[in-house]
Design a protein around this ligand. Structure first.
Ligand SMILES: C[S@@+](CC[C@H](N)C(=O)[O-])C[C@H]1O[C@@H](n2cnc3c(N)ncnc32)[C@H](O)[C@@H]1O
Length: 282
């Protein structure tokens, strides 16, 4: 089985999150698929029970990471003059559409495995949202060389300008060894740029969290639904920082977006945050 086929089991979850972004007013109906709607209906009882009994709201957790990454990108564009964005594992996320509408100066490259990239490109083309400044490329983050490699995607960019790279909903599907391999290769690609930042969400292994048992159960469920495994990475912010530095990033900031929930327009939960957003700079 090829590596690409091996990872494509993750792609269905992109339909679920796309439906969540739409439901919460962040997206256009064009990004919604019948499977996204169906999987959301199927999981509704689980989401209800986890809200009711454990005060864990899956949609709010997804929104925390999504809106925190949005906030970081807004800041990078408005304060640091970023004009080049690469969103890897974009799935059916509307971020590229939203940001290119708001900031016409952006060069926004969306990237995903070939099947998802083809689907996203077609969706954007049908709605007249594709342009030379906003397009979709096929990338397998584990391809060492060839047309789907990171180097092929980054070759399209101006190395004299800053670049901002995003992954969302990707890193916990892979073991730490695999994901650190990707981060090391990404750091190599980012080194020649005048300035480069990478922002990602990450779910750490928070063993002291009051809902740790329920989280482990939820993680196993996600693994089963996506017919793969779902990993939790690093015990705390210091370990995350050390991990990223070990992969070649110079500065690392770990944000708990639940502490910024009110600023992000989201309900403040009584349960400590589960997701972190990592800002890594070269
Ligand atoms: C959970 S979805 C997240 C989609 C989107 N970022 C979001 O938050 O809505 C994970 C995405 O990772 C993509 N993916 C999985 N393995 C990949 C790989 N090896 N290289 C690039 N993308 C990959 C899948 O196709 C899928 O679109």
């Amino acid at each position: 089985m090829s590596e690409r086929v091996l990872h494509s089991h993750i792609s269905p979850s992109a339909h679920f999150t796309a439906y969540v972004w739409f439901r919460r007013g962040l997206s256009d109906a064009a990004f919604v698929s019948p499977f996204g709607r169906f999987s959301h209906t199927l999981l509704r009882p689980v989401m209800w029970a986890s809200r009711q009994f454990f005060d864990l709201d899956l949609e709010s957790m997804l929104l925390l990471r999504h809106l925190q990454i949005d906030a970081s990108l807004h800041r990078a564009i408005e304060s640091a003059g970023v004009r080049q964005v690469v969103e890897i594992a974009c799935g059916l996320s509307p971020r590229g559409y939203r940001f290119t509408q708001r900031y016409p100066q952006l060069h926004y490259i969306e990237a995903d495995l070939p099947a998802m990239a083809g689907r996203k490109g077609q969706l954007l083309a049908e709605n007249h949202w594709l342009s030379p400044r906003h397009h979709v490329v096929s990338v397998d983050v584990f391809a060492e060389e060839g047309p789907y490699s990171l180097s092929s995607a980054f070759a399209q960019l101006n190395h004299n300008e800053p670049v901002f790279v995003i992954t969302e909903g990707l890193v916990n599907y892979f073991s730490r060894e695999q994901i650190e391999l990707f981060w090391t290769r990404l750091a190599t690609q980012l080194r020649p740029f005048r300035a480069a930042s990478y922002v990602t969400d990450l779910y750490p292994e928070l063993q002291m969290h009051p809902r740790y048992r329920q989280i482990r159960w939820g993680v196993d469920l996600v693994g089963r639904l996506t017919r793969g495994e779902y990993y939790l990475h690093y015990a705390d912010a210091d370990a995350i920082e050390a991990g990223f530095k070990g992969c070649g990033f110079a500065e690392v900031e770990v944000v708990d977006p639940s502490l910024r929930a009110a600023d992000l327009g989201l309900p403040v939960s009584t349960v400590p945050g589960l997701v972190r957003v990592v800002h890594a700079h070269m």
